[in-house]
Design a protein around this ligand. Structure first.
Ligand code: NI
Length: 203
């Protein structure tokens, strides 16, 4: 009996060890290998939207230039203004190299962010900014392409025109071919972003 029990314990320990090793190996494979490159390749893609002058624009209009893309909304009380300020300051720091990069702000709140609202808003940050809005369907499509999450914040669903939005906050750098190159999070400040952009696009 004792022998059998001990055998069971040893077998169970061996099983747990094997499962842990397999999980660890799979995790390493997923995080460092296939998934990381696959995930990157799947960010971005074609879009049709409306700029702050009311003109229809597509991804093809930015071909040959780098796009620095951020999704947010003009009523955002804190995160969006901070990130747009960081993008603006980083591009100013880059000087001439900055002209290769188009900073693009795409709203995830098209119901309130009309072209006119976007025009006034982006002008506050940098005249280089392109502000893009669209129909609810167009915005849903581009957000999906960039893996951006957004939703009306809890408790504001029926609040009429005053509500907050939850949304992911990531800055994407897309290459002159429109393909994903890098992303930056809120931990990147203006000089950090300028350095990383300089390394990515060349002086
Ligand atoms: Ni925001």
């Amino acid at each position: 009996m004792a022998m059998i029990r001990r055998y069971h314990v040893i077998a169970a320990v061996a099983l747990v060890a094997a499962a842990t090793l397999m999980t660890f190996t799979a995790y390493r494979y997923v995080t460092r290998g296939t998934y990381a490159s696959l995930g990157d390749a799947l960010v971005g893609g074609p879009f049709t939207l409306t700029d702050q002058t009311g003109k229809t624009v597509t991804n093809a209009d930015f071909k040959g230039r780098y796009m620095l893309v951020y999704f947010g909304y003009t009523f955002c009380p804190d995160v969006c203004p901070t990130e747009l300020q960081v993008m603006s300051a980083a591009l100013d720091k880059l000087g001439a190299a900055g002209s290769k990069i188009v900073p693009i702000f795409i709203t995830i709140d098209p119901a309130r962010d009309t072209p006119k609202v976007m025009a006034q808003y982006v002008a506050n940050f940098n005249p280089r900014f392109v502000g893009l809005t669209g129909t609810a369907q167009q915005i849903a499509a581009v957000a999906k392409a960039y893996r951006v999450y957004y939703a009306k914040a809890k408790g504001w669903e029926k609040a009429g025109d005053s509500y907050l939005m939850d949304h992911s906050s990531i800055i994407y750098l897309m290459g002159p071919d429109g393909k994903f190159l890098k992303h930056f999070t809120y931990t990147t400040d203006a000089s950090g972003l300028a350095d990383k952009l300089k390394a990515a696009v060349g002086a």
